[in-house]
Design a protein around this ligand. Structure first.
Ligand SMILES: [Cu+2]
Length: 284
């Protein structure tokens, strides 16, 4: 008993120190969940910033409603229990209260709906994108295309036995060929699928959209800082659903240009040591 208590305590103390370290480390690339994380990932796009603001706003409303309901419950339990109130009222209607409990929720819903729809339309699409990326879901990996530059490559997960934790790699989260995107650029993202529904999700970008076979979905992003951003497929898509991670390297516009013009020089090879489809296609 005492031992298990001590174990729990030491684990807790240890985790506090480890967490502090982990957070300090992750601040460089804060797009990864860390132990004991309380809040959403640090936003890296205007959409993610607004989503977090909206989330915080909703949290305030939810807390106020929950406290009022809790207060009413406690008040009823104390004031109207059979001892405190032996002869209950026989009232079945109260017009004022009925109007209030209809009108107040409508007002609350309107207060939520207005910023919600504004955000939905903000997230929807962008005029005059500077770059287009097409994301194609496959069972069970992603294909990325840059239609403007005729670049296309697969992004396959790195198997567990090849993950090197000492290099900061995360199990089930690394891919052989990450998606490279420039920062400070209006990027249109198109989504489709070759087989079943998948969902391309990168929390730090505030992007989560289904890839649907035979149909194109669209959104946009504008990454505001460099970094390595992680995501996962978020639509149950089959047996290896958990093994289709997303890695995006956000680089400067210049680095993106260099990468685009000279992919083979960057030594993009897949986990088997063969040139990836990107490297093969890049030299036309
Ligand atoms: Cu999937």
């Amino acid at each position: 008993m005492v031992k298990s208590l001590l174990d729990t305590l030491s684990y807790f103390i240890l985790s506090v120190f480890v967490t502090t370290d982990a957070i300090a480390e992750e601040l460089e690339t804060p797009s990864f969940p860390v132990p004991w994380q309380m809040n959403l990932q640090n936003p890296a796009t205007p959409v993610a910033e607004r989503l977090i603001e909206f989330h915080n706003f909703l949290l305030v409303i939810i807390i106020i409603i929950s406290l009022i309901v809790l207060g009413l419950l406690i008040w009823c339990a104390i004031r109207y229990n059979s001892k405190a109130n032996p002869i209950p009222s026989k009232n079945t209607h109260n017009t004022l209260i009925e109007v209030l409990w209809t009108v107040i929720p409508i007002i609350i819903l309107l207060i939520i709906a207005v910023p919600s729809y504004r955000l939905l339309y903000f997230m929807d699409r962008i005029e005059d994108p500077e770059l287009t990326v097409k994301v194609v879901g496959n069972q069970w990996y992603w294909t990325y295309e840059f239609p403007d530059y005729e670049i296309e490559f697969d992004s396959l997960p790195i198997p567990d036995n090849e993950i090197d934790i000492t290099k900061g790699q995360h199990r089930l989260f690394e891919v052989d060929t990450p998606l490279i995107l420039p920062i400070n650029t209006d990027i249109r993202i198109l989504f489709t699928s070759n087989d079943v529904l998948h969902a391309w999700t990168v929390p730090a970008f505030g992007v989560k959209l289904d890839t649907v076979p035979g149909r194109i979905n669209e959104t946009w992003t504008h990454i505001t800082r460099k970094g390595k951003f992680y995501g996962q497929c978020s639509e149950l898509c089959g047996i290896n659903h958990s093994a289709m991670p997303i890695v995006v390297h956000a680089v400067s516009k210049e680095d993106f240009e260099k990468w685009r013009q000279n992919q083979t020089a960057l030594n993009i090879i897949d986990t088997q040591g063969k040139p990836s489809r990107l490297a093969l296609i890049s030299k036309e």
